[in-house]
Every structure is written in structure tokens, then in C-alpha cells.
Design a protein around this ligand. Sequence first.
Ligand code: PHB
Length: 394
Amino acid sequence: MRATRSLPLALTMTFALTACGGSALSGDGGDGGGDDGSVKIALLVPQSGVYAPLGKDMEAGFRLFLEENEDQLGGKDVELTVVDEGAGPEDGVPAGTKLAQDDSVDAVVGVVNSATALGLTDAFDEAKKPLIIANAGADSITGEESSKYVWRTSFSNGEVGGAIGKHVAEEVGDGKVYLVGPDYAAGEEFLAGFKKSFEGAGGQVAGTQMTPFGKTTNFQPYLQKVRNAKPKAVFAFYAGSEAVTFVKQYDKLGLHDEIPFYGTGFLTEGGALKAQGKSAEGIFTSLHYSSALDNETNTDFVAAYEEGNEVPPTTYSVQAYDAGQVLDGALEEGTSGDDIVAGLKDTGEIDSPRGPWSFSDNQGPDQTYYLRKVEQQDGAWTNAVEDELTQPSS
Ligand code: PHB
């Protein structure tokens, strides 16, 4: 087992990295890292669409790790290229497939959207190239049927929803809860994970509405239906700009004062929370990170991140930072797909800002989920950590 990493604080190095936004790779005709002791990593994150802010956080997290490690991973100089995942699978799958097939790229990190990730796994499996998913939570990506080349440093959707189900059931007693989310893979899986653990703990669902993903700017007709059902609470998954709009319109319709609001932590994360402000006050969410987490690694990480970015880090930043941590170890084995996978299998406990975690047999993190509550502290809105959540046994 590799030794636990500690977090160095080399904060002010200038970037010696390449960042080609959105475009195809320059194609140096080489066959990836190795010969000159370098390694080529592509970061595939959204630079457009409702999830563009998430991509920005991930890029900042990955770059911070490189900055603290002399722009190296596994002792090899990193050539980094940033490619746009776009708004959904129609953009992300072709962009990712191109990277899977590009012999000059040694490994790919990123992918926000579950539908995009699901559309990419076969291409990476066929190319025998590691894909380190640093967000997309599609449940089936890591599991019995998964590719040995596809790893994840984030979460699986069902787990995030499932983590808070029992707590909500206990809070609402015999009342019913209404579920809302975007109508694609992630929305369905977050709500299904919640429903399973909520109903398992005796909860009852009042109704479910799936809103068109990436296209809905007026949530009022959906929220009106929620109000008409008179639920005791609401549970929602939204992220990025959809999270901002949904939470603000929930408040504008007066529901904020009427119906307690629960969600997955993406609802109130980072820039979304800043934009929501008071309209998010008191929302309870489940997530595996909060910038308010009280541990030494996180304190150092938040300070380093804020110095470079002037905003606190998010769960997206941490997932990408940790992708840097695991690749740093794995690339010591070599730069071929099979070398990197052998190295990933040997990853020990990661000393992460989210708390220590390690890969489970399904190539995703075995980690703690937290109950968070939106509060204002020292003039800034934050996700205060209330408790740890127990994952229901499936
Ligand atoms: C996903 O599509 O898996 C997804 C997108 C945004 C999030 C979380 C999950 O914040």
C-alpha cells in the first residue's frame, strides 16, 4: 500500500502547463508519455451549458494539485490539455471518444454528466485507456459490469440520494415527500436512491416530477403542482445554473417558508449557493464534502484554493484534486493504460479534504457522506456540517 499523502503548500508557482480550450489536441504525433519522461493528460470538463461552472471548479482543483507538485504526476512532467465536454452527451461523447482514440493522450480526467459518462465507457475500454471520472455519478459505471479502465474519484448517484433518505423519513414522520429533478440519468438515479432509503425507513412519496434537462428556466408550473400536492417536504437534485433557478423560484413562490426543502448537496454548492443567497437558507443536503468541513487537510486545502481562486473550493474541485492524487501514485508504475490501472489498484488511503477515503472493489470511493445545512457565517453563505450520514445497506 502506498503511504498516505500529505498536502504540500507550494501555492504561488506559475503554470508551465498547456491549456487548449475546447479544441482538438494539437496532435504531436507521439504515442503518449514515456520517452521524454512526460505524460499527457486531458481534462474533459464542461465549458458551456448549465454545468459550465462545475467544469471551472474541477479545472481549478486539478491545477492546484499540479501546482503543489511541481507540475508533475508520478515524477513525470505533465502536459495538460483542457477539452470542452459541452452541455450534454451530444457534445461530450464525441469529444471524449476523440480523446480515447488519440494515441498522444495517456489518460483522461473529468466528465460531469452521467449520460456522457455512460456513452464513453466502451470507447475507453476498447482503447485500454484510463478514464478517471471526477464527477459523473451514473450508478452502473463502477460496479460488476464496469471496465477495468474506468475509475471514479467522486460518488455514485444512488449513494448521495440514499444517504439522506432515512434522515428525512425520521424528520417528516407520517407526512409525504415530493421528489423533483432533471429528466436524465443522474436525476432519475438521485431520486431513486433517495426513494429507496426513504421508503425503506417508512417514508411515503407524494409525487415525482422530472423537468426537461438543460432547457427549463421556468420551474413555476412544476412548483405549483408540488404546492397543490401539499407535501410535508420536498427532495430535489439540481446542479449548476438549474440549481440557482430552481431554488430562487421555490423561494419566490413562497414555498421556502411553507415546505421544508432537502436535496443532494449539488443543489447548494459553490457558485450556486452564492447566487441563491438567502433563498437557500435552511436547506438540508447530503454530500461527501463541504468547504466548512473541520479537518486539517481541508483547512490547508481551502486556504490554498482561496489564494489562487478567491472563492472557496467545491466538491467538484476536491474530486478533481483527488484525481490528481490518485494519478500521481498510479503513474509511478508507468504511462501505458495497463501500468496506470495496476497503479490505481495499488492506491492506498487518500488523505483528502473530504476526509480519508480509499477505492472500493468497484473502483469508486468508499467515503463518508455528511448532512449539511445552509447557514450564513461571517457574512457568507455556507453548508454547515451537521452530522455524518449512515449509508443504508442495500
Ligand atoms: C451527473 O450527471 O452525474 C451529475 C451532474 C451534476 C452534478 C452531479 C452529478 O452536480
